[in-house]
Design a binder for this molecule. Structure first.
Ligand code: NAD
Ligand code: TYD
Length: 354
């Protein structure tokens, strides 16, 4: 029988990249449950919309009756849980949805997965996995000379987003420890690549640079993030799903720490090169703006456990990954136009005007 992976949040940035990759490389079917919030976009999945191994269901992970019915009817061998509110700045302005989806929603999913798992027969029970996709932000902020986060770093989330993800990670851990649910947790650093909603640093800067709009850098621009190309993240998730040890967590990162300002410089230079300059260098668009409240200074991941145990390492270098990403945004004007209409404009106006 065809195996099925139950993906949540598969119309978002990482989830859609994961589904496209999975269907290209793997024979299992995909069931995608997504609420289609402002961050979810079915156009990301146009390429596989008519693939008969793919099914989309519009709904909320917090709708327990729906989740129960889907689990019972589609009998997946795995749940891969991406669905979340994911933008730190939005969590600062309005944390409610972050608690509702990231905490309550994950709880609902875990409860339904547990009931489903407990009623499975021996063989499917042995194969079943619940993979929870999480972030490095649960570990808090590093000082310049600190070693990178390892799986043993204590949790110290600083934003409502990070706190909601930390809470969900703890629930997942408890469901393994208490009920024996075969969970896997991945904590990953900042992703970049195609289909990322342009509220996040890299796509926002690419599009503003393209349009010669101001490039809003928070604070002094010296904050450091560890960037990973999204396809590498998806490959890591597939690896953990296939071979990860049940109950474990795996840190995933790019071994690629960069200061925000250096990222913005690089983007400016690439857009100048690809679009042509005709006028001032795009670096001159950089505008330092008021810092994000509680802005974490530095994230960095020690991704040696996943390499040692499962043999995963990032393949893309930052230089090749960022070039591909800039090209993708410049070449996909229709996608950009669609996601930047309506509520996106409202967010940009409200957030950056103050
Ligand atoms: P995203 O915001 O682009 O997409 C989230 C998706 O979840 C959207 O399609 C949205 O419609 C859906 N969704 C939201 N609430 C839902 C609900 N209640 N029920 C069903 N669907 C719902 O997010 P992303 O960047 O793709 O991140 C995916 C996951 O990876 C998140 O859990 C995030 O915490 C984690 N993560 C992201 C990054 C990153 O750099 N983007 C890094 C590490 C971990
Ligand atoms: P972001 O992409 O929001 O990811 P996260 O906050 O989850 O790391 O931001 C990445 C970094 O870029 C972070 O240090 C905040 C900074 N940033 C800006 O300087 N200007 C911006 O307009 C945005 C969106 C982010």
């Amino acid at each position: 029988m065809q195996e099925t992976v139950f993906v949540t949040g598969g119309a978002g940035f990482i989830g859609s990249n994961f589904i496209l990759r999975q269907l290209a490389q793997n024979s299992s079917s995909i069931l995608n449950l997504d609420k289609l919030t402002y961050a979810g976009n079915l156009r990301n999945l146009d390429a596989i919309a008519s693939d008969n191994r793919y099914e989309f269901v519009h709904g909320d992970i917090g709708d327990r009756a729906l989740v129960r019915r889907l689990l019972q009817d589609r009998t997946p061998h795995a749940v891969v849980h991406f669905a979340a509110e994911s933008h730190v700045d939005r969590s600062i302005r309005g944390p409610d949805d972050f608690i509702r989806t990231n905490v309550d929603g994950t709880f609902a999913l875990l409860e339904e997965a547990r009931a489903y798992y407990e009623n499975l027969r021996e063989q499917p029970r042995q194969n079943f996995r619940f993979l929870h996709v999480s972030t490095d932000e649960v570990y808090g902020s590093l000082a310049p000379a600190d070693p990178p986060f390892s799986e043993r770093t204590p949790y110290a989330p600083n934003s409502p987003y990070a706190a909601s993800k930390a809470a969900s990670d703890h629930l997942v851990r408890a469901y393994h420890h208490t009920y024996g649910l075969p969970t896997l947790t991945t904590n990953c650093s900042n992703n970049y690549g195609p289909f990322q909603f342009p509220e996040k640093l890299i796509p926002l800067m690419i599009l503003n640079a393209r349009d010669r709009k101001p490039l809003p850098v928070y604070g002094d621009g010296q904050n450091v993030r560890d960037w990973l190309y999204v396809e590498d993240h998806c490959a890591a998730i597939a690896t953990v799903l296939a071979r990860g040890r049940v109950g474990e967590t795996y840190n995933i990162g790019g071994w690629n720490e960069k200061r925000n300002l250096d990222i913005v410089y690089l983007i400016c230079d690439l857009v100048d090169e690809i679009e042509g300059r005709s006028g001032a260098a795009r670096r001159e668009l950089i505008t330092f703006v008021k810092d994000r409240p509680g802005h974490d200074r530095r994230y960095a991941m020690d991704a040696s456990k996943i390499e040692r145990e499962l043999g995963w390492r990032p393949r893309e270098t930052f230089e090749t990954g960022i070039r591909k990403t800039v090209l993708w945004y410049l070449e996909n004007a229709a996608w950009v136009k669609e996601v930047t209409s309506g509520s996106y404009r409202q967010w940009i106006e409200t957030h950056y005007s103050s």
